[in-house]
Design a protein around this ligand. Structure first.
Ligand code: URA
Length: 300
């Protein structure tokens, strides 16, 4: 049987990566591209493809003998912690240590700027290793309505702000329909970094971010919280029900401080983009939020 061309094999591998959600390539060690002079990232791969050399072992067909992996250079400075790649150092923080560190740093943040700085230097959430940027919040520093979504996506990761992609644009239009602009609300997520391939954050990732989110809620002082989608609703309400059961009625969101906040869960705007017929349910939920906010304003 004729061997497939290396270009064909490479294209198939890349297609497979894209299909399973791998859209970012990372190494364990940073690459200083400036130090490589005129060699652009793709040049090396193109040069290797042009060579008539044997395909690497990872692409070999089952019939070809595996070639031994080239020896890896020892890290400079020996095997001490400073010489380990950043991703491995992050993973070294045990989950309970990470949670304790999160509680301690979040608790002492006096304002949102201090909380953002604490998050930026926090290495206890594994998502940070693959994300480009921290996505803290968008909107007002203090707001009567706080909106909590699931996790930053690709656009948010690039911009470093939550809900700036298509789902965010729909969210803005939904808010405008009840008379609210960006400056009237505080928008964030249950995790502050993009999960690779936009997967749902794991309970552990959400849990380690929670002390920061709870401190954020204390600082923003919302009267009402709107939870977008099943992941945010389940995590923040501490329940296992699906979003169709949770949405549409007022729930009580318990916080570690003992405070309890009224929360409305609704459908995630990304789901509404895929399922426009469900917009009528989200619309009803938003009207309930609007009614509650005006009732509270009348009372004040
Ligand atoms: N979806 C989310 O849940 N959050 C964002 O910030 C963007 C998309």
């Amino acid at each position: 049987m004729e061997e497939p061309k290396r270009e064909t094999v490479l294209a198939a591998v890349l297609d497979w990566y894209a299909a399973v959600g791998v859209d970012t390539s990372l190494g364990d060690e940073p690459v200083d591209w400036l130090a490589r002079g005129d060699v652009a990232p793709g040049d090396e791969l193109r040069r290797r493809l042009a060579e008539p050399a044997a395909a690497p072992a990872s692409m070999a067909t089952p019939s070809s003998a595996p070639s031994p992996a080239p020896p890896r250079a020892a890290p400079p400075g020996g095997a001490d912690d400073r010489a380990r790649p950043a991703m491995q150092q992050r993973a070294a923080l045990a989950p309970d240590q990470a949670l304790m560190a999160a509680r301690e740093t979040a608790r002492t943040a006096a304002d949102l700027a201090a909380l953002e700085a604490a998050l930026a230097s926090f290495d206890g959430c594994g998502l940070k290793a693959t994300a480009k940027n921290l996505c803290f919040f968008r909107g007002a520093a203090e707001a009567r309505l706080m909106i909590v979504g699931e996790a930053p996506g690709r656009d948010e990761d690039i911009e470093g702000r939550p809900f700036v992609g298509r789902a965010g644009q729909l969210l803005d239009r939904m808010l405008a329909a009840i008379g609210l602009a960006e400056g009237d609300v505080h928008i964030t997520n249950i995790v502050y970094w993009r999960p690779p391939g936009n997967r749902t954050p794991t309970p552990q990732e959400a849990e380690v971010c929670r002390p920061f989110l709870e401190r954020q809620i204390e600082l923003v002082k919302p009267e009402v919280v709107l939870l977008l989608g099943g992941a945010a609703a389940k995590h923040m309400l501490g329940v296992a029900d699906g979003i169709m059961r949770l949405r549409g009625s007022w729930r009580t969101m318990p916080l570690a401080s003992g405070a309890r906040l009224p929360a409305m869960a609704t459908l995630h705007p990304a789901y509404l983009l895929r399922t426009p017929v469900a917009k009528r349910m989200a619309w009803r939920d938003l009207l309930a939020v609007e009614a509650r906010l005006s009732r509270e304003a009348d009372r004040a």
